[in-house]
Write a protein that binds this ligand. Sequence first.
Ligand code: DGL
Length: 259
Amino acid sequence: MTRLLVFDSGVGGLSVASEIRRALAQAEMIYVADDAGFPYGEWEDAALTERVVALVTELIGRYRPDSVVIACNTASTLVLPPLRARFEVPFVGTVPAIKPAAERTRSGVVAVLGTYGTIRRDYTRALIEQFAKDCHVRLVGSGNLAPLAEQHMRGEPVEDAAILAEIAPAFVAIDGRRTDIVSLACTHFPFLLPQFERLAPWPVDWIDPAPAIARRVATVVGEAAAGPGGGEAMLTSGKPWPAALLPRLATLGLAPGAA
Ligand code: DGL
């Protein structure tokens, strides 16, 4: 049996879990959302590192997974090195898709849309330095989009104007060139993609790294991951899952559980 632990601050990691389920139907998935700590984008680095390392340590002890997916850019860009140093289990992280953006752009102007935490990380700057030196990379931090995505996923209405205000800075025009790629560097954001596409000042390609992450997980655990599938989804607050999310969990074969 192959067991995967998929971790995020909230429901964003479900965008990654969907792709993992598509790639590995027979893997058991334990999805843990640290809603008690949400939103991670607002945390100070040292405190967030301490929290996530402690939580993941506890979860690894409890579930003994074959691989751990940190389905959160804000956490991955901080905690992958300390976790990898501590455990032998393979970790798959979620970090801003800057290399694919640099490879795909035709205008040379790309934007990276993430939480404030992800946008100010050295990790993100290093990816730009390594892979996108020749591009104009606009880093756009947002404190509101992840909470708006949570709201949307709970079935509550979200104002178009609130979304547009967050994505507008990603659209830049310089020297007759315009943004043509926006990298979604927060796992919550793909859930708002239809709104992003509708509200965008002009059409761009949006990069959702979830399929690439799922391929990486499949490579790490072996394509033919055996097992009954299924699994559980938990919230660290111990609260019940909002009713609007239950059908989505069911599609992923995840039973709503208690952390
Ligand atoms: N889903 C998370 C990410 O990928 C962050 C949302 C938050 O907790 O602020 O960055």
